[in-house]
Design a protein around this ligand. Structure first.
Ligand code: UT7
Length: 327
């Protein structure tokens, strides 16, 4: 049989992360609001989160994570062609967080933009970067998730303010010609259902100054949708690639709730030691949660070259989706 011709794929060549210096434990929160470490831990698996200082904005943290990803890849900033930032908490309505990061890291040849898909922002960003790379538009793309949810939390609402944290993660993707079984993004699948916008949203923005701009969530409803939709997203990714679930080496899920993470892991038949979990230490960092978790497991050597990694997320919109990649 003739050898198949090489494919142009987006290959992950570096990861980076940044977490704010200040750690807030469940007990710290319990001193200010009517909650307890036991309630938060039992329902979510969260034990602590990082909260940003005023200088630790989405742009600042995103730039720190981007620098780390470039360093890990051994790539100079002026080689980057595009910067995509998944964020719901940008420094400004415009210019985008992406151009602030471009300036901070001196990525002088890159264009950049922000992408609003709430907790699915990183998966959406990967999908857009993948398409741009496959189309030959760019060769190196930084995909970043950077969020400061502490700025949009309503600390009068104990049902939401205990769930979120701040941070940033970044990956550097590079176009490469690879064999079919070689590294790179194999597939991304994106979904949205705007009829469910009312179960997880921020009540305000610069276009609606008549509202306070706080995160609002019907946790039960989101939980119910999360388990069903993420299970089907995982099945969709496997079917599209003709893979059985035992082919997956690692699940790196969006880190919203330990119970949802365990549910999807179980659906895949993956033992817990092959699911990357950071929700206990980071809480839900929205678009930053997957690149933060991915970075941790790549940096500590758990995820190794050649392994197959499935990413999935669901968030406000609703938006949800998956990405399958080989390291
Ligand atoms: O990234 C976006 C995706 N987001 C998610 O995936 C979140 C999905 N949802 C969840 O993770 C869960 O729904 C929560 C963890 C948010 C909540 O768990 P739950 O089991 O659905 O609790 P609940 O909201 O139904 O509240 C149960 C009880 C209520 O008390 P009563 O009415 O039963 O007396 C709440 O008032 O827990 C109470 N409660 C709290 N108690 C102590 C709510 N928040 C707290 C709190 N501390 N922080």
């Amino acid at each position: 049989m003739a050898e198949s011709s090489p494919l142009r794929r987006a290959v992950l060549i570096g990861t980076g992360a940044y977490l704010p210096e200040t750690i807030v434990t469940n007990d710290d929160l319990a001193q200010k609001i009517d909650t307890s470490d036991a309630w938060i831990t039992e329902r979510t698996g969260i034990r602590q989160r990082h909260f940003a200082a005023p200088y630790e904005t989405a742009a600042y943290m995103g730039a720190q994570a981007a620098r780390a990803a470039l360093q890990a890849a051994g790539v100079a900033a002026d080689e980057v062609g595009a910067i995509i930032v998944g964020t719901s908490t940008p420094d400004q309505a415009f210019p985008s967080t992406a151009v602030h990061i471009q300036a901070a890291i001196s990525a002088t040849k890159a264009f950049g933009f922000d992408l609003a898909a709430a907790c699915s922002g990183f998966i959406y960003g990967l999908s857009v970067a993948d398409a741009m790379i496959r189309a030959g538009q760019v060769d190196k793309v930084l995909v970043i998730g950077s969020e400061v949810y502490s700025r949009i939390l309503n600390f009068e609402d104990r049902g939401t303010c205990v769930l979120f944290g701040d941070g940033a993660g970044a990956v550097l993707l590079q176009a490469r010609e690879v064999a079919a079984d070689g590294p790179g993004l194999l597939s991304t699948h994106l979904h949205a259902d705007g009829t469910q916008a009312g179960i997880l949203y921020v009540d305000g923005a610069v276009g609606r100054r008549d509202m306070p701009g706080h995160l609002v969530m019907n946790g039960r409803e989101v939980f119910r949708h999360a388990v069903t939709l993420l299970s089907s997203a995982v099945s969709e990714a496997l079917a599209a690639n003709g893979l059985a679930s035992d082919a997956i080496d690692w699940l790196v899920p969006h880190q919203a709730n330990r119970r949802i993470i365990d549910g999807v892991g179980k659906k895949l038949g993956l033992p817990p030691e092959r699911v990357v979990v950071t929700v206990d230490r980071h809480a839900n960092t929205s678009a930053a949660s997957i690149p933060l978790a991915l970075h941790e497991a790549v940096a500590d050597g758990r995820i190794r070259p050649g392994q197959l990694v499935l990413l999935e997320a669901l968030g406000g919109g609703l938006t949800w989706g998956s990405a399958l990649l080989r390291l």
